[in-house]
Design a binder for this molecule. Structure first.
Ligand SMILES: [Fe+2]
Length: 240
């Protein structure tokens, strides 16, 4: 068990940034994340300032919008890793993806044709925010039976999980694990995403943390260097 600090405003003190960023759109030119190498480097600098030592690169993979191939992800990760070494940036980068729940994803799970990471063989996937997809349970079972650990991206954002602890616990019993966006801990009490992020954390259901950063500026880095919490307001405002 761990203890959480409750602040005067009634919110818990956000946990420290995890050393592993399990969800980040740092690879340039593949999705709606970093548009070029310059932005990817700005994101990397920001992550290092925040204390991240390993980032899982997780571009969207959605068949009709971002049909990013595994080869593209592997090549972009290798190129960025070389770039970090050249710049002396102390950040390890690991190839991953943020797969969308759809039939094509399910087919690839059956064929064991997915990018997974860690000894748990986590596969990060996302669902529509408003309504639980019909394929969700089948996806979880198929990933499990193919030897993966299903990791639901930014679990705090889904309307079908907010205020629904029974469903959260049922999905966990099926084998789903949850990734929570670290900036969500800084959302106010009126935010349903913020409330669920805190609930998941307190219950021990936040299995992995991520930033879900899509872009960064030098101003962001200045805020990170000075420990200015307004950085998280910026990141939350840009979340998509
Ligand atoms: Fe994402």
């Amino acid at each position: 068990m761990f203890s959480v600090l409750v602040r005067r405003d009634g919110l818990i003190e956000p946990p420290p940034m995890s050393e592993v960023d399990a969800h980040c759109h740092i690879l340039p030119g593949l999705d709606d994340g970093a548009p070029n190498e310059e932005t990817a480097i700005a994101i990397a600098h920001l992550l290092v300032e925040l204390g991240v030592v390993k980032v899982i690169a997780t571009p969207h993979v959605i068949s009709d919008i971002y049909p990013t191939s595994t080869d593209q992800i592997l090549n972009a990760t290798a190129a960025l890793s070389t770039c970090f070494s050249r710049l002396g940036l102390p950040l390890k980068i690991v190839p991953g993806a943020e797969y969308y729940v759809e039939r094509q994803f399910l087919d690839r799970a059956v064929k064991r044709d997915l990018l997974a990471w860690g000894k748990e063989r986590y596969v990060l996937f996302e669902a529509p925010v408003y309504r639980e997809p019909m394929l969700l349970e089948e996806v979880i079972f198929t990933l499990k039976s193919s030897g993966y650990t299903p990791l639901l991206a930014h679990a705090e954002r889904y309307r079908f999980l907010q205020g629904n602890l029974d469903r959260i616990e049922a999905l966990r019993r099926m084998g789903a694990r949850f990734q929570v966006n670290h900036p969500s801990f800084h959302l106010p009490k009126v935010s349903r995403s913020g409330e669920l992020a805190r609930t998941l954390y307190i219950k021990g259901y936040a299995d992995q943390f991520g930033t879900d950063i899509h872009r960064a500026t030098s101003d962001d880095r200045v805020l990170a260097v000075s420990g200015d919490k307004r950085l998280f307001d910026r990141l939350n405002a840009r979340a998509n």
